[in-house]
Design a protein around this ligand. Sequence first.
Ligand SMILES: [Zn+2]
Length: 381
Amino acid sequence: MNIEVDSISHEPKSEQRVYTPEDFVRDNHSLLADQNRNTFSSLRNNGELFLITRCSDARGNIPELNCIDISNIATDGPQQPYQNLIIGAGVKAIMEMTHFDGEKFRLGQHPTGCGGLEAKQLQLLEAPSEKDMKKFGLPRYVEAIKSPDPVVLAYYNAQSIASHTTKPVMAAIQDHVSGIIYPLATFQNDDGEIISRTKLPTRYMFQDQYDQRVIYKEGIPILSYNNLPEVFKEFLDLNQKQISDLELKYSNLHEILRVQNPHFVIVTTEKMNARARFPEILKEPGSYFQVHIPRDKQEQIISIDPKTIETALEQIQYPIEHFSKVDTILIETSDLAQSKKIGSALIRATWMQNWQKKRQNHQIFTAESRVGKIVRLEEFK
Ligand SMILES: [Zn+2]
């Protein structure tokens, strides 16, 4: 049964948007969501998907149906649990994408605009107290981020992934205001030998040699489109098309993308993009902040490593404390009991309890979903 998406009872005029569990299910079971799932799975069956690792930032836009969408604050977080996806048959190329604000870029300085990386920069200046590091929350997550420079981080992560796969890997950065994705480096593992292409002065990028004045002397050194492997040209073409479509739909697109202020926080083990799965509720650019939880599948038993749950939960402190409009959290895994367990762990954090007190009309939903489709979804109390 397909229900018209227009029947969803949101109130666009008010700041507070109220959706019921039924609204989420209806949206996820709509004709459009079905079509999206079909496109995604046929691309996967044909080995035509991109695997993209990106920041949780609500302003990130990726070609929704073409990507396995892995998001963690500052494009960091664990890589190891994704090993099966990296080598999996559904994926033809891998993208490590950080982001920045193109309007704020200055020559001789590294790009800025990623909140997670700004927190990292701050932590490097004022070391957090031992007490803070013992507490469950964002400082511990930020501590592990390898660099406050998004270009260095994308390069570093892409290079490290290339050593684990023979698929082509690209380091990229998105100007989250314009939406345009820029290629920084490509890597191809050829029988253990990694062949890379980049215009970045890599000798000035790491450890004591790091010098942003040299790296960004003339701007961000990006690869020329014409020299890219075809698979990445295809990805950048998809990005251009998506942004042109969004510009037509939203005349104020770049204004929306200048400031991050999402309504929703999505915590998910799903591989398919959340907007493609909830095409009506999450349709607006910038509307949701997403944290991905990796799951292990061994001999048909799906499990989640408690450590990766902790890493995910630590990141949720960021949207909860930074954005005034967050009022709905959706937690979805392939098992409702597991989603509830994550919900229980979440509401034990002090920062979470403060948010619940402050946002009287907040909602937390827990769900069980399989291959992008909600099986059960209920309000978490
Ligand atoms: Zn970010």
